[in-house]
Design a protein around this ligand. Structure first.
Ligand code: DQA
Length: 145
């Protein structure tokens, strides 16, 4: 039985749909979870989909993924720009990591241009709104096959 793809979401993503919809779109996180589940099923995979506003919890889930997941899709949100602890946890994985963003941080404020997650990710999908997640799940399924 194939292990699930962990789709992990960082701070403020619980507010999707009402938070700056001109930047992040109108889909809620529950909508995005449904998209991820459907896309994973097409590839014969399942997902474990989670969101937290707490850096330590996100790190704990990444550590859990070491043994429980076949790949990680992560939208670290603001922690991508700040968290070396998250980077270190991701470095301890020997499964593929795909970084995912709704917006294109490289086209926004300069403090969003760098993410620590990019140091370890196999690849990055950004700028396509909710579709970024579908593409990231598809990439994770291919990389972990
Ligand atoms: C984000 C981009 C980050 O810069 C920001 O802090 C977020 C969301 C995105 O999905 O576009 O919270 O990760």
């Amino acid at each position: 039985m194939r292990k699930p793809i962990y789709v992990l979401n960082g701070p403020n993503l619980n507010l999707l749909g009402v938070r700056e919809p001109d930047i992040y779109g109108k889909d809620t996180l529950a909508d995005i979870q449904g998209l991820c589940e459907r896309r994973a099923a097409l590839a014969g995979c399942t997902v474990v989909f989670r969101q937290t506003n707490h850096e330590g919890e996100l790190i704990t889930w990444v550590q859990e993924a070491r043994t429980e997941a076949c790949a990680v899709v992560i939208n670290p949100a603001a922690y991508g720009h700040t968290s070396i602890g998250l980077l270190d946890a991701l470095k301890a994985l020997d499964i593929p990591v795909v970084e995912c963003h709704l917006s294109n941080p490289a086209a926004r404020e300069s403090f969003r241009h760098h993410t620590y997650v990019s140091h370890v990710a196999a690849g990055l999908v950004s700028g396509f709104g909710a579709k970024s997640y579908e593409l990231a799940v598809e990439a994770a399924a291919v990389l972990s096959a």
